[in-house]
Structures are given as structure tokens and as C-alpha cells.
Design a binder for this molecule. Structure first.
Ligand code: ZN
Length: 323
């Protein structure tokens, strides 16, 4: 299966009443671990790369790693998505690399500027058949250099925003937060807000900052010499409620980082004489696989890989032209 547009992936998820995990990737082992999970769970999957990931992988490497993933998994619908694109320039780079979806994050600007920047990206991306996620409202925490204060998404503004921007998916701020240090206690998410926004905008919603920071993963890191203060992530049950209220894309990054770091620390702690990277990267890859497979079950996407035939970006161009 070629890479599919995110538009199709999320529309199908809407039909099927499930959510699709969007997992951040930076290297081969992460991509392989995620793809093994998708294959075994028979799940559609969104691979996403931030600007940091593009820089880290020097663009071309990421492109070809994802091509390898697609080539090796012809039955799995895969979306390649730009996470937190900051400008039309970054979006153009991603599209030139073959990304089938981009995010433009203008959420830290004022409303009118966010509309203008996002609209410009939608026009360019849709001409290329590429899907667009935009964001309204701000999350807490830090991701890349995106930091700021929390401002929950306002449903009135969301309705106007989506009507004027024409994006395919909307990232909403409902009380989640980026990073591993999210909350001091079990968080209370604004779940009513999700259903209200969804009712108004009628497009798939996206939850950022949705790692669960499972205690088991933090415990492994700390048991083998790590030092991560205890912290709460977003409980799986809250994400599942989000999914039943209109969330279709769930971003997971921190949990993958924790799973890999724990696995690597364990190997090196237990046998300090080891120095072959394969000795610790293979267990790290397995840890990614286990985590992602669990999330595919949690989000309900498992078993949905063969529900539909892939659409191409040319199909999408025709759809956008008619709209
Ligand atoms: Zn994010």
C-alpha cells in the first residue's frame, strides 16, 4: 500500500468509531518497532516527524526509512505526517519529501494570524492533495520549542476557524500537556469540550500531549540508573472517552522515548561490558513494539488495516477541487 492521505485515514476512523495513534519517529528502530506493531495488530498507523526529526535525520534518511516501512508492509495503511509545522516553508519541504499530511501550528499567534497562516498552508497543501491539521488553543508543557500557557479551545472560535481555514483535522487544547512532566495529579480533561467542538466543526479532532507516562515505564528507567520524577500522563480511559466524543488522532511521543530509554538502560546497567549498539537497540525496538501494539488496542484501531483501499494524493486533489 502506498502512503495514504490522513484525510482518508481519519474519515475511516470516524466511520469505524476508533482513534489512530500518531507516533513520532526519529530513527530506524522506532519505525521498525511501530511497523511491527501495526503489522501484528493489523492497524492503520500515522508516522509523524517534527521539525526536530527532519533536522536529526537530515531529511533524506527519514524519507527513505519511511519508504522502506511502506515497502515492507504492503497491507498496512500508513500516513506520513509533519508534526508542528511552523511555516509554509517547512510544509513545502515536507511535501517535497512525500509527506501525505502536514500540521501547521499557528496556535501561539492571535486568532486572525493563525487563520491567515493556516489558510495559506491549506491552499498549498490541498493543491498537492496533502491533508492539513491546524491547531486552535494552546497546550501546556514543552515540545520542541513550542512552549506556552494553557488556553483551552473555544467552541465558537473553533467553528469560525475551521470554516475559514478549511483544514482536514483540528488539534484542540482540552487540558493535555506536552512532555513527560505533565501533571502533579491525575489530570481532569475537558471532555465535554471535545463533544461540543466536534458537534460544531464536524471534522476529526486531534489530541496532542497524550502520552500516558505509565508508571511501569518510568519505573524501569529509574530502576536502572535513571532519574525521572514521578508524574502523571493522560489516562487511557480519558483518551478513550475522547475517542467516543470525536477524537480520531492521538499523538504519542513521550511514552516511546520512555520505553526505549528504559530498555537501553536495563541492558547497559545489567552488563556494563556490552558495547555493540545492537545489544541495546534491539531491546529498545521491542519495547517500542510492545508499547505501540498496546496503544493500537487501546485506541481501537487494531483490526482495521484492511477496511479500505488506499486513496492517492491525486484522488484527494480531485476532492479538494470540487469542495
Ligand atoms: Zn503536539
Amino acid at each position: 500500500m502506498p502512503l495514504i492521505p490522513m484525510y482518508q485515514c481519519l474519515k475511516e476512523a470516524e466511520k469505524g468509531g476508533y482513534g489512530v495513534g500518531a507516533f513520532n519517529v526519529n530513527n530506524m528502530e522506532q519505525i521498525q518497532g511501530i511497523m511491527k506493531a501495526a503489522r501484528e495488530m493489523q492497524s492503520p498507523v500515522i508516522l509523524q516527524a517534527s521539525r526536530g526529526a527532519l533536522k536529526y535525520t537530515d531529511l533524506t534518511y527519514l524519507k527513505h526509512l519511511v519508504q522502506a516501512a511502506v515497502e515492507q508492509n504492503p497491507d498496512i495503511p500508513v500516513v506520513l505526517h509533519l508534526d508542528h509545522g511552523d511555516s509554509l516553508e517547512t510544509v513545502k519541504t515536507a511535501i517535497s519529501l512525500g509527506f501525505t499530511s502536514v500540521m501547521i501550528d499557528g496556535s501561539h499567534y492571535d486568532f486572525e494570524t493563525n487563520v491567515a497562516i493556516s489558510r495559506e498552508v491549506v491552499e498549498y497543501a490541498h493543491e498537492h492533495g496533502v491533508s492539513v491539521e491546524a491547531e486552535l488553543g494552546t497546550l501546556g508543557g514543552i515540545e520542541e520549542d513550542v512552549a506556552g500557557e494553557v488556553k483551552l479551545t473555544d467552541p465558537d472560535q473553533a467553528e469560525e476557524f475551521v470554516a475559514r481555514v478549511g483544514c482536514d483535522a483540528l488539534a484542540v487544547a482540552i487540558g493535555t500537556s506536552h512532555g513527560a512532566y505533565k501533571f502533579k495529579a491525575e489530570p481532569k480533561l475537558a471532555l465535554d469540550l471535545i463533544s461540543e467542538i466536534y458537534r460544531r466543526v464536524k471534522i476529526p479532532l486531534v489530541m496532542h500531549g497524550s502520552s500516558s507516562v505509565p508508571k511501569e515505564l518510568v519505573d524501569v528507567v529509574n530502576a536502572y540508573g535513571g532519574k525521572i520524577e514521578n508524574s502523571f500522563g493522560v489516562p487511557i480511559e480519558s483518551i478513550q472517552q475522547g475517542i467516543s466524543n470525536g477524537v480520531r488522532k492521538i499523538n504519542v511521543d513521550t511514552d516511546i522515548r520512555l520505553a526505549m530509554t528504559g530498555a537501553i538502560r536495563k541492558v547497559l546497567f545489567e552488563d556494563p561490558s556490552k558495547f555493540d549498539p545492537r545489544d541495546y537497540l534491539a531491546p529498545a525496538r521491542e519495547a517500542v513494539y510492545r508499547l505501540v501494539a498496546q496503544r493500537m488496542k487501546d485506541f481501537g484501531s487494531a483490526g482495521h488495516a484492511k477496511d479500505y483501499a488506499p486513496m492517492t494524493l491525486d484522488d484527494m486533489k480531485a476532492i479538494y477541487k470540487r469542495a
